[in-house]
Design a protein around this ligand. Structure first.
Ligand code: TPP
Ligand code: SF4
Ligand code: MG
Length: 317
């Protein structure tokens, strides 16, 4: 009689992921655009956390920054202008096992998408939201955005933007049920990486405001902050963004800020002499709408139909 005599369990090698495992198409952003460094940080986090590429989703709206999903080898959705957040919420509602990165711009999030922004913060679903703020509508070639500083000359305001800009951090800290707000800068990869990693591990919606270089249209906006580290105020705390020795050495102005203190976070977000970077606020206990949307997710089609039949029976005449 013939048959297997050895143990039939296959010796399958464990999967290991490298940066290449997550790399998508070649980015078409302008040279030195800050979007490149944000993409690099996200790819490094995926690799360092060894998330299987099929468990990663990148969602965006429309804009230069919203080209993000094309450059990742993962699931992706390059959506409609302003609609990144509701799409991302839909993904999490059905597939809470996937990690969702949202790339949105200052126009995409704070202008046409503003209604979705405040409700997404309130719904607090588990998303890592990166607002790439270059102070302009980049894709549509230098039009005023809600974060364009007053007086800055754009193609829609040739005599200078008229209104005071809104501050995405200050606004988000004012929304109901906010659970995570941080700010970082694209030109310091150490701070960028650690901020996004902290956001990645937060259970709930983590909102990260990224000051992003746009050398083509708004290079002068961030020039001073880039060239003079004393324009930056580094937020430090044991529960904040973990310290990076090189970052701590570069930024001499530091403030010990407890990220559980919402009132202090709001005060910090007011315009001041320096630009605070780091974790403003974190509340891991804030209600998360996924606790509602995930109810019954594992129910089989057969059980769903049986439940429907039972409901309809109640109305039988
Ligand atoms: C409904 C709709 N309105 C307007 C546009 C045109 N549009 C495309 S991108 C964009 C602004 C993008 O700016 P931002 O979100 O800041 O992204 P950036 O290009 O600066 O990264 C606009 C107005 C559009 N695509 N769809
Ligand atoms: S226009 Fe600005 S934001 Fe858009 S790709 Fe070029 S540098 Fe980046
Ligand atoms: Mg923009």
């Amino acid at each position: 009689m013939h048959g297997l005599t050895c143990d039939p369990v296959l010796d399958v090698a464990e999967r290991h992921f490298t940066l290449e495992s997550y790399e998508g198409g070649v980015p078409r952003w302008c040279p030195s655009c800050g979007d490149h460094t944000v993409l690099s940080a996200v790819l490094r986090i995926c690799r360092d956390e060894q998330v299987p590429p099929e468990r990663v989703v990148a969602v965006s709206g429309i804009g230069c920054s919203s080209r993000f999903p094309h450059y990742m080898h993962a699931y992706g959705f390059h959506g409609l202008h302003g609609r990144a957040l509701p799409v991302a919420e839909g993904v999490r509602a059905r597939r809470p096992d996937l990690h969702v990165w949202v790339a949105t711009g200052d126009g995409d999030c704070c202008s046409i998408g503003a209604g979705h922004w405040l409700h997404a913060v309130r719904y607090n679903m588990d998303l890592t939201v990166m607002l790439l703020d270059n102070g302009i509508y980049g894709l549509t070639k230098k039009q005023t955005s809600p974060t364009t500083p007053a007086g800055f000359v754009t193609n829609t305001h040739p005599r200078g933007a008229w209104l005071p800009p809104l501050d995405p951090v200050a606004n988000t800290l004012g929304f109901t049920n906010v659970s995570f707000v941080a700010r970082t800068i694209d030109w310091n990869p150490g701070h960028l990486y650690r901020t996004l990693l902290t956001a990645y591990h937060h259970p709930g919606l983590s909102f990260v405001h990224i000051l992003q270089r746009c050398p083509t249209y708004t290079d002068e906006l961030l020039l001073e902050a880039r060239n003079h580290p004393d324009r930056i105020l580094l937020l430090t705390h044991e529960n904040g963004v973990p310290a990076d020795p090189a970052v701590a050495k570069l930024y001499q102005h530091k403030l010990e800020h407890d990220p559980s203190d919402l009132a202090a976070a709001r005060a910090l977000a007011e315009p001041g002499e320096r630009i605070p970077i780091g974790l403003f606020y974190r509340d891991p206990e804030a209600p998360n709408y996924e606790q509602f949307t995930s109810v019954g997710l594992g129910t089989s089609a057969r059980d769903k139909l049986a439940g429907l039949d039972r409901m309809l029976e109640r109305f039988a005449v």
